[in-house]
Ligand binder design. Structure first.
Ligand code: PDD
Length: 276
């Protein structure tokens, strides 16, 4: 398959410099974009978020966002990708290893590749389990940086407990999950953590807001506790490619009736109608 390397689409191969700052410091940013029937979903929103992440970590994107966007569309076509994802990252570049930013003549390194991946229709239909874990991340979770070790450790703990996700909390306040956003339903309304520095403002999350608007479902962007989470009528998570996954059990607590809830199913149905 092909990959994007800076401004060129080339055969996929390892071009990583051992002094790339993404590799050594996690000094870079990334996006994962869902591809459905050959179409990247919400590409503009992903590119806007990339631009924002770049600004927040003071990284100068090497090319205009419109160019990057066109390159990603070309890459999907070059690989003949139907269902899957685009992974792209921009690191601050390769330079002798010092913590501070390298000299101005060091350019950021952009790479992107695609991966074929089926839709997760089964978990979406049937639901999955989650665990609770402490959110030990830094205070700028709104930036999509390459530093994912706390997320990796939390996800691994989930998988070792037959769960799809680790739902994270800070001192009993639910933030998000290791690689997805969390919504709860109580009394016919939705609740999700506000988009501030404690969570990543998910593109799928944003889409759920739009869908709920159209469905006349109220979403309260407020914090809620782990007790409120466990006591919810419905819980679901959202992320690129995972889309909307009902959570039936968290640790040993069954959520609601222990099956995908009515409102969750309604949102999932709307979400699917976007690309079916
Ligand atoms: N993760 N929160 C975190 C911490 C995430 O890593 C992600 C996505 C989300 C959901 O964002 P979106 O709806 O834009 O995908 C929320 C991607 C998929 C990943 O790291 O693989």
């Amino acid at each position: 398959t092909k990959m994007l390397y800076n401004d060129r689409i080339v055969e996929r191969e390892s071009l990583i410099n051992i002094e790339d700052r993404g590799y050594q410091f996690g000094d870079g940013i990334y996006e994962v974009i869902g591809v459905y029937d050959g179409e990247p979903l919400m590409l503009d929103e992903h590119m806007e978020r990339l631009e924002r992440s770049a600004r927040e970590v003071r990284l100068n994107l090497p090319s205009a966002i419109s160019d990057l966007k066109n390159k990603l569309v070309d890459l999907v076509a070059a690989n003949g990708l139907g269902e899957g994802i685009i992974y792209m990252q921009v690191s601050r570049g390769a330079a002798p290893r010092w913590h501070e930013f390298p000299n101005h003549d060091v350019s950021p390194v952009t790479v992107a590749y695609t991966r074929a991946e089926e839709r997760m229709t089964d978990v979406e239909n049937e639901g999955a389990f989650a665990i609770l874990a402490e959110d030990i991340r830094w205070l700028r979770c709104d930036i999509k940086t390459l530093n994912l070790l706390p997320n990796v450790l939390a996800k691994q703990m989930a998988v070792e407990n037959n769960a799809i996700e680790a739902i994270l909390h800070r001192n009993g306040t639910v933030t998000e999950a290791s690689a997805s956003n969390v919504f709860i339903v109580k009394g016919g309304q939705l609740y999700t953590h506000p988009s501030n520095n404690f969570i990543l403002n998910g593109i799928t999350r944003k889409k759920v807001f739009q869908l709920c608007d159209a469905l006349n479902l109220k979403i309260n962007e407020v914090t809620y506790s782990t007790d409120e989470l466990l006591d919810a009528d419905e819980v679901f998570i959202t992320a690129t490619k995972l889309d909307v996954v009902p959570i039936l059990k968290i640790d040993d607590h069954v959520i609601g009736l222990g099956k995908p809830g009515k409102i969750t199913r309604r949102i999932l149905q709307e979400f699917r109608s976007l690309y079916l």
